[in-house]
Design a protein around this ligand. Structure first.
Ligand code: UDP
Length: 381
């Protein structure tokens, strides 16, 4: 099957990392068309997945944009859409992996008469999107997509509640290769030394720095934890959230936590860094559509504490293979961190359960089979 994947981003977010795993089995006949240059292109190339940057002009419209910038950007999109229509004729299927890719892919699907699949990595609610963008996404998906792949039940439910067609949406979780999360003990010791983490109880937070990812909640919680607890914040402001980064540094200084919080920026050695932690915290203040970092921590056999909302609730069973806390509640989070620090035996059992369930539920081979089945069914129909 020849698939034309489309993604708006040049940066490495969860949707982009997921697309690499999905595109790999199809790489012989596939092309990933990007609307921006950047690290994502390099990683696709390293994985031998054909990739082309289709425009160098930044598309101005944002998730929270209203109608006017949206209409302005349509003019900007015409050369890109034309290019995508022409290219799409060389492929069997268009696979839109992001919202702007859906807009371009929908028009290309109409004019090139190729079926459209939309991989929905978002919770389509007004917490994350402007009313206008939400309506555009749902209407385009309803009208042009033959299949919507939602990354969790939570994303599926939000899509339907926003007016999306129930008959075209299927849930497929992100897949992971468990082998990647088996790390070498001596390399981890070295990493702990380099980062000066030895002898500390390390809580890792792995996410781009953005207000709704809630790094500030973890910093507040840290102030209520015993002194040996240290936090590493792994990730960068990918979409211009520089004010938030500044606020985080100010918050750390105000609470006198400079020696207990390390900002590590964007890293590509996530399994190793997770292995160097004692606990992984996920603190999103709005419902997380899926939460790749939660599964990654589970695969690393690390206890994980996640905000109880959205997709996270489908990944973690509280007290069995992880912990769930009320979103935006630092005190509750601090209590779980302190329990994990003190109750090492039960926490280790929970982490072990986490690895077993995550390996079973999110194995990349099984997930890719589900996607192949859905796409084959679509093509035969
Ligand atoms: N990630 C990474 N380097 C970083 C921070 C995060 O590679 O410095 C990865 C992380 O391991 C995960 C993805 O980025 O696979 C984030 O996905 P998630 O679903 O957690 O959040 P999203 O970015 O999709 O909102």
């Amino acid at each position: 099957m020849r698939i034309f994947f489309l993604d708006q981003s040049g940066k490495l977010g969860g949707a982009e990392l997921c697309l690499i795993d999905i595109a790999k089995p199809y790489c012989d006949g596939a092309l990933v068309g990007l609307f921006a240059d950047g690290e994502f292109k390099n990683l696709l190339q390293q994985n031998n997945i054909p990739v082309e940057v289709l425009t160098t002009q930044a598309i101005q419209v944002r998730k929270e944009s209203s109608l006017l910038p949206g209409l302005n950007s349509l003019g900007q999109l015409i050369p890109l859409i034309t290019k995508v229509i022409i290219k799409a004729r060389e492929y069997d299927l268009i696979y839109a992996n992001t919202q702007k890719a859906l807009v371009v892919g929908a028009l290309a699907s109409f004019f090139s008469r190729r079926p459209l699949v939309y991989h929905l990595h978002d919770i389509l609610s007004t917490e994350h999107f402007s009313q206008t963008n939400l309506r555009i996404a749902v209407n385009l998906a309803n009208r042009f997509a033959s299949l919507v792949i939602a990354n969790s039940q939570a994303s599926k439910t939000a899509f339907i509640e926003a007016g999306g067609r129930r008959d075209i949406v299927e849930v497929v979780y992100n897949g992971f290769d468990p082998k990647i999360y088996q790390t070498d003990k001596s390399a981890i010791n070295k990493l702990q030394q380099d980062l000066e983490l030895e002898g500390k109880f390390v809580v890792g937070h792995f996410s781009r720095l953005a207000p709704w990812k809630g790094q500030h909640i973890l910093i507040d919680a840290l102030a209520k934890c015993p002194p040996q607890v240290t936090v590493i914040l792994v990730g960068d402001a990918l979409f211009g959230e520089h004010n938030y980064v500044q606020q985080l540094h100010q918050q750390v200084a105000k609470l006198g936590l400079q020696n207990r919080v390390k900002f590590l920026g964007f890293r590509s050695d996530i399994p190793q860094l997770m292995a160097a932690c004692d606990l992984v915290a996920h603190t999103s203040t709005s419902p997380e559509p899926f939460g790749r970092v939660i599964v990654e921590a589970m695969l690393c056999q690390k206890p994980v504490v996640a905000a109880k909302a959205g997709g996270a609730m489908e990944l973690v069973e509280h007290g069995l293979n992880g912990f769930l806390v009320t979103p935006g509640e630092p005190l509750e989070l601090a209590q779980v961190i302190t329990t994990c620090l003190q109750e090492t035996e039960i926490t280790a059992t929970i982490a072990k359960n986490a690895r077993i369930t995550a390996s079973e539920r999110f194995d990349i081979a099984t997930i890719n089979q589900q996607i192949t089945q859905l796409l084959s069914h679509l093509m035969s129909a």
